[in-house]
Design a protein around this ligand. Sequence first.
Ligand code: ARG
Length: 586
Amino acid sequence: ANQECSGNLKRQLEKLFDASLRSTVPDKPRVKPVVTTSPLDRSGDYQCNNAMGLWSMIKGKDSQFNGPPAVGEALLNNLPTSEMVDSISCSVTGPGFVNVVLSTKWMAKSIANMLIDGIDTWAPAPPVKRALVDFSSPNIAKEMHINCHRCTLARMLEFSKVEVLRRNHVGDWGTQFGMLIEYLFEKFPDTDSVTETAIGDLQSFYKESKKKFDDDPDFKEKAQKAVVRLQGGDPIYRKAWAKICEISRTEFSKVYQRLQVELEEKGESFYNPYIANVIGELDSKGLTEESEGARVIFLQGFKIPLIVVKSDGGFNYASTDLTALWYRLNEEKAEWIIYVTDSSQKQHFDMFFKAARNAGWLPDSDNTHPRVDHVDFGLVVNGEDRKRFRTRASDVVRLVDLLDEAKTRSKTALIERGKDKEWTPEELDQTAEAVGYGAVKYADLKSNRTTGYTFDFDAMLSDKGNTAVYLLYAHARICSIIRKSGKDIDELKKTVELVLDHPEERALGLHLLRFAETVEEACTTLFPNVLCLYLYSLSERFTSFYSIHQVIGSPEEASRLLLCEATAIVMRKCFPPSWNHPCLQD
Ligand code: ARG
């Protein structure tokens, strides 16, 4: 069991306090240890906060304790001895807070071990083996929006040794296809010969067909019939559909390549063959009912029902999502399914999750598996009017355009800042991409996802504050210290003892050791910004250490180089792969 949490300090302390609780209050077996990191003004690194709660359970009736502080003292006294705790420095303060001071020697040893055994030994161990992350999931013939790159949750789970099915739930089966196909037939009677370039930009094609759909009742009727023919499997309609999807897919994959996002497409259409059976199962469980010609599920707490079969007999977004969920649980055996979208879809997810619970597919309680979560991102807004982020022409902002601009801007900045650097054009290009795309991504991840944020190129490409560029600078500085020392780090790892004698070294070391619990927190709460904040504080802590202490040429040089190396390793684990470019390391 120790192995499970070898890198996770908080979990290890919980185990120690659990033992202490068992001997302090043997008749309260249900009380779980509450261990948190200590606020900066406290005298410990972690604290156990059980005393007050326990006191309210056991006070009165000839209690052996006379108040919460006494309970705290007992918890501290009963703490099993452990190498990790500096028991002499621990204390009890206030209403029974047990302040835990870690042994500095143990901390140094743990970091040294990680250097030898690798950062993976610090991976958290979530209680699931296989997760499915549904992210990106753009709609065919529409533009990819800003949230199409959010793969950080998948990466964190993968680091935690969870098998992750990265799923692209592409919108390739909606009613928009009726009008797209009819419009294609109209514009290109010879459908077979239509090429990508002939259609041109699919989004304008989409807009034109939509306009026709809205303006021309005959066309509208044709389009509606076309959906039925497509979904019924008419080969001509299928072919046209496939063509449109293919063009879109080519565009999407360019963006995925630029961002180095990997994921597997199983679009809405993939589930089509299963929908009827799944809806049938819901019918036979008595969950659905007839309402104005449609089949719906009424759900407690919602004013409107969830429509699962439309009045024309067609299936919709909800039918597909219910079926996809069924497939993911039963065929793919996913224990945890995570949907990443913007918050405008919250109600949709709340509703079909509830329907799935009613069907008995998911347990009632939130903490058992299989589990589903909707990870909703708030609105990205414009700086000027705080309205939904749009272009002047009030269109959605195309992710490709954002990436282009980010690259151009970061190239300019690179040329300005690094006048002395002699980069080849390719190197400059790759670096500008890594920094520019990374900056867009980082700015998106670092804010609390539910509140949304203002899109601002200047802020995201700034080298000050919690930005990608600041982090990259900190990392590059560490790399150059190590390089300039001329020392062989692998040799040092084996021969030199790492020490954390000075307060800044210890503070940096402690922060490094909090990596595992931070990743765990980011994964369990599904808030990637927790990890961004960690990374930013890590850079800050490194800066305070480095601004006070000399590394190269100091008596502690070898140990400090190891501390530098450990910091760089943790940073790189958080960075996107493109940030490992050699040009970004000096
Ligand atoms: N295609 C949808 C959109 O662009 C997102 C799909 C999210 N995933 C899902 N299983 N519903 O809004």
